[in-house]
Design a protein around this ligand. Structure first.
Ligand SMILES: NC(=O)C1=CN([C@@H]2O[C@H](COP(=O)(O)OP(=O)(O)OC[C@H]3O[C@@H](n4cnc5c(N)ncnc54)[C@H](OP(=O)(O)O)[C@@H]3O)[C@@H](O)[C@H]2O)C=CC1
Ligand SMILES: CC(=O)N[C@@H](CCC(=O)OP(=O)(O)O)C(=O)O
Length: 315
């Protein structure tokens, strides 16, 4: 029997990308909502409760409302919003972190997909803290480049407006109050003792992310060389299809640049370790709409269904 799927928020950026990935899936039956009824509570509630698995691709408040609509106890939820990422009752949808994370997703009824910036940040720090080389009280700072689709329909419309302001031509730093919405999950999942200093930058390209975290090597425990960090990350992710650790010092292009958009359209995540004997930078390179949202949501679905983890995804 086919698994019945409903996407609440199917007309949005994340919802549309999830739908695209259902093409050619014979194992799924997609329950659709008429576009004019997409905010109709009764119709949403009917479809949520008729589904086996519902994806929530909504703003936080609407995601919480949708969860409150569940009456059928067999319904499973995959939420792409920020609403439930630090809720202990929910599985955090990052299976590569550990066997426990993977099992909780496979067996779970409530899955919260990681935030896009948080995905990159956590992919870099979680292994270092788990393996004891990064002290939990390290004063971590991070900067992150993102394409404008990360801001959803509203930001896409602003960037693609023919009459937009000249400021949109340049990369723009935001969350200047140091209150970005991913800080909570960055701290909660990694176990850092405090929230990192985090500076996201949105630039004039559609999609793709580059999340970077610099470290002083002598402040990491038992680390004598940058190669050691690269080898530790390689070992940590060696069985993972979606995470690739690049050779030490590898650069994305022959001119020595890592550009924000070169993983656009791809559903995996590449880790770069660059720098020298004193200072290194770890960078996670992926697509905010791939491993940063819709791709990760589909990966969680595949794990829940017990099919190939990469089904319908681009690797
Ligand atoms: N874009 C990205 O890269 C990422 C997004 N996310 C998260 O995914 C979620 C969706 O984001 P995104 O797709 O970018 O946002 P969009 O704004 O592109 O889409 C949101 C959709 O939800 C609809 N919607 C809003 N309120 C309601 C409601 N009460 N009932 C039903 N539908 C509603 C909107 O309707 P309408 O069409 O009328 O606007 C829209 O179609 C958010 O929580 C976001 O933070 C997570 C990771 C990355
Ligand atoms: C460019 C831009 O505005 N990006 C969004 C991130 C989108 C995202 O990942 O939001 P979720 O927390 O719902 O996952 C931001 O930084 O707030």
């Amino acid at each position: 029997m086919k698994t019945k799927i409903f996407v609440d928020g199917s007309e949005g950026t994340t919802g549309l990308r999830i739908h695209e990935r259902f093409q050619n899936r014979q194992d799924l039956e997609i329950l659709t909502i008429s576009p004019e009824l997409r905010k109709d509570e009764m119709e949403r509630k009917r479809l949520i409760n008729a589904s086996d698995i519902t994806f929530l691709c909504l703003p936080d408040a609407a995601a919480k409302e949708a969860v409150a609509m569940v009456e059928n106890e067999n319904v499973k939820i995959i939420d792409t919003s920020t609403a439930h990422r630090t809720d202990r009752e929910w599985a955090y949808g990052f299976p590569e972190l550990s066997k426990e994370y993977k099992t909780k997703i496979q067996k779970g009824k409530r899955i919260s997909v990681p935030g896009c910036h948080a995905t990159g940040f956590i992919s870099l720090l979680y292994p270092l803290i788990t393996k004891g080389i990064l002290p939990g009280d390290y004063p971590v700072s991070s900067f992150s480049l993102t394409g404008y689709s990360g801001g959803g329909k509203k930001m896409i419309a602003e960037y693609e407006d023919a009459n937009r302001l000249a400021e949109y031509n340049a990369p723009r730093e935001y969350a200047l109050n140091q209150q970005h919405k991913h800080l909570k999950e960055m701290k909660y999942i990694t176990g850092l003792s405090r929230e990192p200093l985090f500076s996201p930058i949105v630039a004039d390209y559609y999609s793709g992310m580059l999340v970077s975290v610099p470290f002083y090597l002598d402040m990491l425990k038992g680390v004598s060389s940058p190669e050691f960090v690269q080898e530790l990350l390689t070992e940590y992710y060696k069985n993972e299809l979606f995470v690739q650790v690049m050779p030490f010092g590898a650069e994305a292009d022959k001119h020595g640049f890592l550009s924000g958009n070169s993983c656009s359209g791809w559903d995996g995540l590449k880790i770069y370790v660059t720098g020298n004997k004193e200072r290194i930078v770890l960078s996670a390179h992926f697509d905010n709409l791939g491993k940063g949202a819709s791709g990760a949501a589909i990966q969680c679905l595949n794990l829940m269904l017990g099919c190939k983890e990469e089904e319908g995804l681009v690797l």
